[in-house]
Design a protein around this ligand. Structure first.
Ligand SMILES: Nc1ncnc2c1ncn2[C@@H]1O[C@H](COP(=O)(O)OP(=O)(O)OP(=O)(O)O)[C@@H](O)[C@H]1O
Length: 595
């Protein structure tokens, strides 16, 4: 927690907050002593000028105390709010640049809780720290010293009440502490169930699992409620116990104080002042115990936030930036995979092994393969969402690890497997691809992506896009995502299974449009697809199986030589289609099952 404080709090405002806190403590400690003098000297001896004089001093001291409190609160609030804002911003930024593996390791729900709930806990504790946490010990020690000066005998009352208070606080903390971490974990869990319920609501309904999901949420909700109730009840019990101890202490002080006054061993004013200090001592103790509960809870939050902030980046930018690709190359680039392998941290086997191939500007490489064969992993490696674990990926001879991610991403435009749209309008979504795009360029991209018709019909570029593009069909979402990819001027266009929700005719039109568009003709296009019809016109096709290349070449070549490719063809094309391809039918008849 202190590390976070050091990093996010500003020295001068914190110094001012503490300075005025000290002034407030001094004035608070001075007031009862002035009161005692006023009673003993002024009222006791009927000295009116003395009463006026001390009364004026009391007024000035009280005003000073009020002003100091005000300034302290101002700086404490400002600093803690600033800390919250900057911390939230940094956690969010870190998550935005997190590599895929780390993102999956944490999971979305805990990342949300850490950015919101945990940061708020820290924000609150720092506000308390700059006020109560430092004030309480100062007041405690100061009041004990002042009270001791007024009466040594009455101090014996604290010999009983302070150990009792300590016992109450320690017992309380021992019950509450272990439950604080559990509480944050349960908030994560409730977020997870809630998030899954929201995103999967249609699936849940279709499978008639509504009751099950409601029950699951109810259970998570109950667990959180139960733990929170136990913690808060335990913490709340402390207050009445402390109030009882405080009341008995006051009774004892008045009792023994009256005896001392009766024996002329103590003036009346000292008893009044002693009572005030006694209240301050016990109140400070109560505040300290409240802080003692708050700090470990915030410590848990601090650890959770630091886990995110200090997560080591796996994908690193080079210390010295290689020349940006866009400026170093006029038009032509070559993408080379040299014995590339990739393994996920926890995985038993490599997701990609020993991949070598080359694609040049203007060419289209299609990647086909079964589920889990490594297609998306390959695309992620090109965009450096992850780095290869062996071998290298080169752009015109430069290892992409020598390019900063920012530079690389300037030349790469991609559509992911799941079309992601942001809430806003069609125009704002296209601005993601090209922030200075003109309307004309937007319509051109929409037209290439075969999305212009429905966008025009439904309201044009100002057409609203709901969260996750919920107001569009799957195919429409994909077309809009493709339009966003195409509007970006890039040297590499990556489409990760982006055509899967399109019908055959639209798929064909879209590929034809990209291949004949002036802006995209010169670029390298890499298309991941499951459909033979999508890949067969590509210049080269890479067939993946269990992360290995089992075929590389043109459609005609693979149809003759690659059993895995033939198998995919056989599963997707009709006898007539295979017949039309002639060569394919003849080849299959030799070895594979009859068509
Ligand atoms: N975050 C991850 N951690 C561990 N293993 C992973 C992770 N993501 C993917 N894998 C594994 O890596 C392999 C390749 O996955 P990938 O997503 O690249 O396949 P794919 O060919 O794109 O599949 P699909 O066609 O179903 O999208 C799979 O065996 C998968 O289980």
């Amino acid at each position: 927690m202190l590390t976070i404080g050091r990093r996010y709090l500003q020295a001068w405002p914190v110094f001012l907050a503490l300075l005025f806190l000290v002034i407030q403590v001094i004035t608070n400690l001075a007031l009862p002593t002035i009161t005692a003098a006023l009673i003993n000297q002024g009222i006791g001896k009927h000295d009116l000028p003395y009463i006026w004089q001390k009364g004026a001093v009391m007024l000035v001291v009280a005003l000073l105390s009020w002003l100091s409190a005000l300034i302290n609160v101002y700086y404490a609030s400002k600093q803690s709010q600033l800390l919250g804002r900057k911390l939230r911003q940094d956690v969010f930024k870190k998550i935005m640049f997190m590599d895929n593996a780390a993102f999956h390791e944490f999971g979305d729900s805990t990342l949300i809780t850490r950015t919101t709930n945990d940061v708020t806990q820290l924000q609150n504790v720092f506000q308390t720290m700059l006020r109560m946490m430092l004030m309480a010990p100062m007041m405690l020690i100061g009041s004990i010293v002042m009270a001791f000066q007024l009466s040594h005998d009455l101090m014996l009352v604290f010999a009983v009440s302070l150990p009792l208070l300590t016992l109450a606080v320690v017992t309380n903390m021992m019950i509450a502490m272990p439950r604080f971490r559990a509480m944050q974990g349960l908030v994560d869990k409730i977020n997870l169930v809630f998030q899954q319920g929201l995103t999967g609501v249609r699936v849940i309904r279709a499978f008639n699992r509504d009751d099950f999901e409601v029950e699951k949420f109810d259970q998570a909700n109950r667990d959180l409620t139960h733990t929170t109730r136990v913690v808060l009840t335990t913490v709340a019990m402390l207050m009445p116990i402390m109030t009882v101890i405080l009341s008995f202490s006051n009774v004892a002080i008045v009792w023994f104080g009256a005896e001392l006054i009766g024996k002329n061993a103590m003036p009346m004013g000292n008893l009044v002042a002693f009572l005030t200090y006694a209240t301050q001592i016990l109140m400070s103790f109560m505040q300290l115990s409240a802080v003692a509960v708050m700090v470990p809870r915030a410590q848990v939050s601090a650890m959770r936030v630091r886990e995110v902030l200090e997560r080591k980046d796996v994908v690193l930018d080079p210390k010295i930036e290689t020349k940006p690709l866009s400026s170093s190359q006029e038009g032509h680039v070559t993408l080379t995979f040299d014995q590339v392998a990739f393994k996920f941290d926890e995985a038993k086997r490599e997701a990609l092994s020993d991949l070598s191939f080359e694609v040049k500007s203007g060419q289209t490489l299609a990647i086909i393969g079964g589920t889990g064969s490594g297609k998306s992993t390959l695309i992620s490696l090109i965009a450096r969402l992850m780095d290869v674990t062996h071998g290298g990926i080169f752009l015109s001879g430069t290892d992409i690890r020598q390019l900063s991610q920012h530079t690389l991403h300037q030349d790469v435009s991609m559509t992911q497997q799941k079309a992601v749209l942001f809430s806003g309008t069609v125009r704002s979504n296209l601005y993601f691809g090209k922030p200075d795009a003109s309307d004309e360029e937007m319509w051109e991209a929409l037209s290439l992506a075969q999305a212009d018709d429905f966008v025009r019909e439904q309201g044009g570029l100002a057409l609203e896009v709901e969260q996750n593009g919920a107001n569009f069909s799957g195919g429409q979402r994909q077309r809009l995502a493709i339009a966003r990819t195409l509007i970006k001027p890039a040297k590499l266009y990556l489409f990760d299974d982006s055509f899967s929700a399109l019908d055959f005719a639209t798929d064909a039109k879209l590929r034809h449009a990209i291949n004949t568009s002036n802006r995209h003709q010169e670029a390298i296009k890499i298309i991941v697809a499951q459909r033979i019809a999508t890949v067969m016109s590509a210049d080269q096709i890479l067939v993946l199986e269990n992360g290995r290349c089992v075929g590389y070449g043109t459609h005609q070549m693979l149809a003759k030589t690659c059993p895995q490719y033939q198998e995919i063809m056989r599963s997707q094309l009709s006898d007539q289609d295979l017949e039309k391809m002639g060569v394919a039918h003849a080849e299959f008849s030799k070895g594979g099952p009859s068509l």
